[in-house]
Design a protein around this ligand. Structure first.
Ligand code: TMP
Ligand code: ASP
Length: 238
């Protein structure tokens, strides 16, 4: 299997057609963006680490019964995935308050939620990913009510599986964003799960181990991603 024509170029990944109409190759690039693409930098090895990190997480989620688009790693920077018809909605779960929630509601960072808080955002950089509700999803027909219910349920299950996995290696899964798509009429988890799209705090020290290091200019971004990968036992080819 190899990458043929470019299908789609995102901020951090490119998708390529293959000789199988049901499969695409995702190439994870070193590009690292913040503030809806306002800032973009290349961080050496970030693409390869995220590709392999994402493969590990998607396999764990698949083993836990969550349908994902992931098929296999192709090489250090590329994976083969199912070609989904993506739904332009970002599903966010928060176990602790951070980021936009803190700014929006003026609450203290680190406040815990039990049960976890579920939020939706429209995937649209020009509009800065505005917050939406399930009613917007239905009204604009981005997804049906049944599809939205499935995405909600799967997102909370992803949280349960990954929160426990990260806790076991000394990390708090503070929040994350995932995206879904349709494949032959069924909902599958797509896009990626990596430190680019979640917040991970060291339980002992509170140190940030995710893309907030880049957003906040803290440095050591790739080193933090490596540390998280190594804690999970991922043998990185990068
Ligand atoms: P937020 O605090 O900026 O709303 O983000 C919540 C979590 O979701 C955080 O881990 C970052 C992630 N996220 C993205 O990766 N991309 C996005 O476009 C959005 C809205 C959130
Ligand atoms: N909202 C994400 C961030 O702030 C997306 C991006 O701009 O890349 O990093």
């Amino acid at each position: 299997m190899k990458a043929l024509d470019l299908l789609y170029q995102g901020k951090a990944k490119s998708a390529y057609l293959t000789d199988d109409p049901d499969l695409v190759v995702l190439r994870f690039r070193d590009d690292t963006s913040a503030f809806d693409g306002e800032v973009i930098e290349q961080l050496v090895d970030k693409g390869a680490i995220n590709n392999q990190f994402n493969g590990f997480i998607m396999e764990a989620l698949g083993a836990a019964g969550i349908p994902t688009h992931f098929e296999k790693l192709l090489n250090a920077n590329e994976s083969v995935v199912k070609r989904l018809d993506m739904i332009p909605v970002e599903c966010v779960v928060r176990n602790q308050a951070a980021g936009s929630l803190v700014r929006r509601l003026g609450i203290e960072e680190g406040l815990s939620f039990d049960p976890p808080l579920f939020e939706l955002f429209l995937k649209n950089d020009e509009l800065h990913d505005p917050m939406i509700t399930e009613h917007h999803v239905e009204a604009f027909r981005w997804a049906t009510r049944a599809e939205m219910a499935t995405m909600h349920d799967l997102t909370l299950r992803v949280n349960e599986v990954l929160r426990a996995m990260f806790f076991d290696v000394g990390l708090l899964l503070v929040d994350f964003k995932i995206e879904f798509g349709r494949f032959h009429g069924e909902i599958f988890l797509g896009d990626e799960f990596s430190p680019d799209g979640c917040r991970l705090w060291d339980i002992e020290t509170g140190e940030k181990k995710d893309k907030d290091r880049f957003r906040q200019g803290l440095g050591g971004v790739v080193e933090a991603y490596r540390d998280v990968s190594e804690r999970l036992g991922i043998k990185l080819d990068a």
